[in-house]
Design a protein around this ligand. Structure first.
Ligand SMILES: Cc1cc2nc3c(=O)[nH]c(=O)nc-3n(C[C@H](O)[C@H](O)[C@H](O)COP(=O)(O)OP(=O)(O)OC[C@H]3O[C@@H](n4cnc5c(N)ncnc54)[C@H](O)[C@@H]3O)c2cc1C
Length: 497
């Protein structure tokens, strides 16, 4: 429902007719009441990959250009109709779920321009370009875009959530890899920060690019990005190392980070449950034990291999199994990386894989990120907490970033228990000086928790920014910041540990 007393309206037939008149011929608009196809489109845009309940929108507009997005924004503002931007819909905190019945979804998936500037190692890309499509377009130029989420999101979605993934150690998160954005404001005006993106540094004005990064569609809609590119490394080598316990596996990662191996690209962790489901789904034959997956890259063959061997020796010194899998050829690692990427799918078959039942589980996915010195403690306490409660937890982690994901398969009757354990995980991460999400964002799921992370003053400043840029509250209403002022941090003392 539109929030009571919010003064916001539904997208009705007259809104949809007017929107069709204002957008270009390349755009398509569906009103929910317009037949089976339109209803199916609206239902398909009612949810993301989170466990939060969906909400069917009143209409969906596939924009074909920045001008279409601007036209849609102006109409929504004029009629006070709430709207939500949507990329690939792979978010897992409910960010792209329509905030109100009858709201308008603006899909960016038709914004698929890719222009490569090989000389300056930059690409100008539409917000709807998907990660894998960009990789395909860049490969013939010998270039890549660094951030590598396990999913296949849109570039606009990655920028809007501050996403990252498996290669942050070497190339950083999306935030460090975007040089400029084109953004449509809530008035329907266009900021072209892409215009000066070729400049390597600037000390002028407020940093609007970083303001919109990670703002989850609550301040404006990103339609285009200028992103940094990297040369594709010539050599890839790797190792897969199993441990009898999760703590020494994480301690090894802490030592690797201290050693500062500059050829280290990926360092991922799966706990024993993660390996169990991956073996079942991807037909891998890994030991069912906490396991580190390591990859080192470079243009000369020697340095990555030498650092890979040094890393394996460090793992052995902490009690890793004596028979690591070693791959001198990166392609030999690709199947394992597919398994690691597929953790989410595998976790949804947890009970089937463990012979408990045939029905797929629902999955609660959550992530936190803590300072590296606190990592071993936080991960092992978390695993022990889930085991103590008798609730399965697949841990898949971009562990070298201090970032770990808990994938909790549950049946409807367990939902309360799964949510309580997630809250305890968040309390633990905050107690260790961490953040309540390293890469998934706030969406609906972490709104209360960011009050404690950031404190009343910082949340107050965020509210003023939101009020200034979206005074009617039409942009992804109720996401990131709790509606109605929200609680004070002091009212949210952790009582769950
Ligand atoms: C199997 C799986 C694995 C995943 N692994 C990772 C991972 O390794 N790393 C990681 O970071 N994330 C991961 N995610 C989460 C998800 O893929 C990311 O959050 C991703 O960045 C979302 O992009 P999207 O295009 O799907 O955005 P959507 O889900 O469509 O939207 C996400 C949010 O961004 C807003 N938004 C989208 N596009 C725009 C735009 N152009 N302008 C303004 N706002 C916009 C939406 O309103 C919403 O609030 C994973 C998800 C799944 C299902």
């Amino acid at each position: 429902m539109a929030p009571a007393g919010s003064g916001l309206n539904f997208a009705d037939a007259s809104f949809v007719d007017e929107l069709r008149r204002r957008v270009s011929a390349g755009a398509t608009v569906f009103g929910r009441w317009e037949g089976d196809e339109a209803e199916a489109e609206c239902v398909a845009h009612s949810h993301d990959h989170s466990f939060h309940p969906g909400q069917v929108p009143g209409c969906v507009c596939y924009a074909a250009s920045t001008a279409d997005v601007a036209a849609c924004m102006r109409l929504c503002r004029g009629r006070r109709v709430p709207l939500v931007a949507r990329g690939a819909g792979t978010g897992i905190e409910g960010g792209a779920i329509p905030p109100a019945e009858g709201c308008c979804v603006v899909s960016l998936v038709r914004l698929t321009k890719v222009e490569v500037n090989v000389e300056e190692r930059l690409a100008t890309v539409g917000a709807g370009v998907l990660k894998l499509a960009l990789a395909k377009a860049l490969k013939p130029h010998g270039l890549l875009f660094g951030p590598d989420p396990s999913s296949n999101p849109s570039l606009g979605g990655m920028a809007s959530t501050g996403g990252s993934g498996m290669s942050t150690m070497m190339w950083g998160t999306t935030k460090e890899n975007v040089r400029g954005l084109t953004v449509v404001t809530c008035e329907g005006d266009v900021i072209e920060a892409t215009r000066r993106a070729r400049v390597r540094k600037s000390s002028t004005g407020y940093d609007l690019t970083n303001l919109y990064m990670g703002s989850e569609g609550t301040l404006g809609i990103i339609t285009e990005l200028v992103v940094k590119l990297q040369p594709i490394p010539k050599h890839r080598v790797g190792a897969v190392v199993a441990f009898s316990d999760i703590r020494p596996a994480v301690e090894t990662v802490v030592s690797l980070q201290r050693a500062g191996f500059e050829t280290a690209l990926r360092c991922e962790l799966m706990n024993a449950e993660g390996v169990l489901v991956t073996n079942a789904i991807y037909e891998t034959t890994l030991k069912e034990a906490p396991t580190l997956f390591l990859e080192f890259v470079g243009d000369d063959a020697e340095a990555p291999w030498a650092q890979c061997q040094a890393a394996v020796a460090m793992a052995r010194a902490r009690g890793a199994a004596p028979d690591p899998l070693l791959a001198r050829d990166g392609a030999a690692l690709d199947h394992l990386w597919e398994g690691r990427r597929g953790c989410y799918l595998a976790a949804s078959r947890y009970r089937k894989a463990t012979g408990q039942q045939q029905l797929p589980d629902a999955i609660l996915v959550t992530d936190v990120c803590v300072p590296i010195p606190a990592l071993a403690e936080c991960v092992s306490e978390t695993e022990a907490d889930f085991r103590g409660a008798g609730i399965p937890c697949v841990i898949c982690a971009h562990i070298a970033d201090g970032n770990f994901h808990c994938l909790v398969p549950y049946q409807p009757s367990d939902r309360g228990g799964a949510v309580t354990l997630e809250h305890r995980l968040i309390d633990r991460a905050l107690a260790h000086g961490g953040t309540v999400s390293g890469e998934h964002g706030v969406g609906l799921g972490k709104r209360e928790h960011i009050c404690r992370e950031h404190g009343d003053v910082a949340i107050g400043v965020m509210r003023k920014i939101k009020q200034a840029l979206d005074p009617d509250g039409i942009l992804n209403a109720g996401k990131v910041l709790l509606p109605g002022g929200g609680p004070k941090a002091s009212q949210l003392h952790p009582a769950r540990l």
